[in-house]
Write a protein that binds this ligand. Structure first.
Ligand code: MN
Ligand code: MN
Length: 315
């Protein structure tokens, strides 16, 4: 028996049964001894177009039941060297975005009193601002790898300064991130103003629009980012709408001309060895995902992110 939690094997218990935890890992009531805590933040009250991401964690967990422990492409064996568990969902207040963001920040502050890496399943992208507030309170301003169709740098939406489209302007203003080590990858689509992307470049953000990445491997870009962030603490936030709607249609604000699934894998694989202090995957909206492919892709990308966390064994 391994000393580390193992996902329930599909050869021991049929994949379509058992607990609805991430990869059918144990659900932990305590953070004691955990290296990685997977959690759900079931929220969609920060969205501006289609809703439904409140069902994201439940569906990502359901699709994750098919994932096996060993990464055949990279050799990563996360369950051989890290204690990983699903710690359930945060008890957000679905009637108040402001209160929910406070709950997320306070919950993360508690989680981060332990030496544990939080891996969040969203939820809409507004969850990342209170997460970064707690992360920066512990680690100081972090490097940020932000994969998304959108820059999420609006000043306000309907006068609201905390929404899924304003996250990274607030994070910049509040000094939660290192602007010259902030990488926005896959941005594209139409803007409210011609300056929507360029203003953030003026803060130091490094932007890699999807159209510059079409038909290319992302391995060189991933390696460049990996080199530049060095051993800085880095947070990875992965908006599923960075992928083309052909791969991930089940999301709130889809944009055509996006990244491919192999590009997503190349980018994540390149981050191995980075000092990742937390990550999230957001904006999976199961009501717009009738095939389950978006949640399946999201669950695999979360697995791939776990495979590049510090301390993961290789086989
Ligand atoms: Mn986003
Ligand atoms: Mn987006």
């Amino acid at each position: 028996m391994s000393e580390f939690n193992q996902p329930i094997s599909g050869n021991d218990l049929a994949r379509f049964s058992g607990p609805n935890t991430f990869m059918r890992l144990p659900q932990a009531a305590s953070l004691d001894g955990l290296d990685v805590a997977v959690l759900g933040i079931p929220m969609d009250i920060g969205t501006s177009w289609r809703s439904g991401t409140r069902f994201g964690p439940k569906q990502i967990r359901a699709e994750s039941a098919m994932i096996r422990p060993y990464n055949m492409a990279t050799g990563a064996a996360p369950f051989d060297s890290l204690q990983i568990a699903d710690i359930g969902d945060l008890a957000i207040n679905t009637f108040s975005l402001a209160d929910s963001l406070r709950i997320i920040r306070d919950s993360y502050a508690g989680i981060l009193t332990n030496d544990v890496i939080p891996v969040a399943m969203g939820g809409d992208h507004s969850i990342t601002l209170p997460i970064l507030r707690a992360i920066a309170a512990k680690h100081g301003p972090v490097a940020l790898v932000h994969v998304d169709a959108h820059a999420d740098v609006n000043d306000d939406m309907f006068g609201e300064r905390e929404t899924h489209g304003t996250v990274f302007r607030r994070a910049y203003e509040e000094g939660l991130i290192q602007p010259d080590r902030t990488y926005q990858i896959g941005i594209r689509g139409t803007g409210y103003a011609a300056t929507d992307f360029t203003e953030a470049q003026g803060w130091g953000f490094r932007q890699f629009p999807a159209w510059d990445l079409w038909h290319k491997s992302l391995a060189p870009l991933g390696a460049e980012i990996r080199r530049e962030i060095g051993d800085r603490p880095v947070y990875v936030t992965y908006d599923i709408d960075s992928l083309d709607p052909a791969y991930a249609p089940g999301t709130g604000t889809p944009e055509i001309g996006g990244l491919t699934t192999p590009q997503a894998l190349e980018l994540i694989h390149a981050l191995r060895g980075a000092n990742i202090v937390g990550c999230d995957l957001v904006e999976v909206s199961p009501p717009y995902d009738p095939s389950g492919n978006t949640a399946l892709t999201a669950s695999n990308l979360l697995y791939e992110l776990i495979c590049v966390l510090p301390g993961v064994a290789a086989r």
